[in-house]
Ligand binder design. Structure first.
Ligand code: PAF
Length: 279
């Protein structure tokens, strides 16, 4: 069985033992329902550091009241088996009261970067993410922490908060893991029915085409509009955004004259899918 701790004190004590032996530490924060995308983070951590700790905490503060906190997939036994198989050294699995004890009142807000795109569609989301990730980083103080590029804006928000708050942890992005048809792995893909699952790969197909066209010199705005129409035609019920942005600041760009990223979010039934690719 994978060694599991539930308190911050025990997490710190385990990490202290590693530190005393001169070992480097990687942290892989997750909300569980683990898939190959999460395991890629674990593998990267194991490749780059001597010890890997994963966290499993479905953070209530990053769900709006109308969102899927109650129904978010929870597969703890499976998760533990997968982490054990990947030879993760330690799992931190706190209760909500350990992370947010009574009287907890501090929020971490990343202005600007956290207010656009996902931040606009899901108000409060990045404040919830930034608050819990800041706490996890400070609790564990690893050498490096690993996050998927699938949540590209989240990765940029976390890089920014670590820099702004002088948290001495290297934030590393790990490439998105995809199904053979291009669909990015996500715990929320479980919400797709058979018909929706058949439509879903069009999200990646479309943004990949937009990225290629912009890379070849087409205008970003015109391509974003084309992509949006493609998604509607493919059967996406609602497209929250499809846009070409600066790869770091996520400000709008007109073309590919600086490193850029195509990002999109769209709905299929109950599932809100997000994806992104480099131009
Ligand atoms: O990407 C996720 O799974 C979550 O947003 C994270 C980073 C674990 C924070 O709860």
């Amino acid at each position: 069985m994978i060694k599991t701790v539930t308190t911050i004190a025990d997490l710190r004590s385990e990490i202290r033992t590693w530190r005393q032996a001169g070992e480097t530490v990687g942290l892989v924060p997750t909300m569980g329902a683990l898939h190959e995308g999460h395991l890629a983070l674990v593998r990267q951590s194991r490749a780059k550091t001597m010890r890997t700790a994963a966290t499993l905490f479905v953070n209530p503060k990053q769900f709006a009241p109308h969102e899927d906190l109650a129904t978010y997939p929870r597969e703890e036994a499976d998760d533990l088996a997968k982490l054990e198989k990947e030879r993760v050294d330690l799992l931190f699995k706190p209760e909500a009261s350990e992370i947010y004890p009574p009287g907890h009142a501090t929020k971490v807000m990343v202005e600007g970067l956290g207010d656009i795109l996902e931040g606009e569609c899901r108000p409060g989301f990045f404040t919830g993410v930034a608050t819990v990730v800041t706490k996890l980083l400070v609790q564990a103080l690893p050498d490096a922490a690993f996050f998927g590029e699938k949540d590209y804006q989240q990765l940029q928000v976390i890089k920014r908060l670590a820099r702004d708050l002088d948290i001495p942890v290297r934030i590393e992005g790990v490439a998105t893991v995809r199904e053979a048809d291009g669909l990015a792995l996500s715990s929320r893909n479980a919400y797709l029915n058979q018909e929706e699952r058949a439509i879903a790969p069009a999200l990646h197909g479309t943004i990949a085409q937009v990225a290629e066209n912009v890379g070849r010199g087409s205008g970003a705005a015109e391509q974003a509009e084309w992509g949006l129409e493609q998604l509607q035609r493919a059967g996406f019920a609602k497209v929250d955004y499809l846009t070409v942005r600066d790869a770091k600041t996520l400000e709008e760009v007109a073309d590919a004259s600086r490193p850029a990223r195509v990002l999109a979010a769209a709905w299929l039934g109950k599932a809100r899918l997000i994806d992104n690719v480099a131009v």
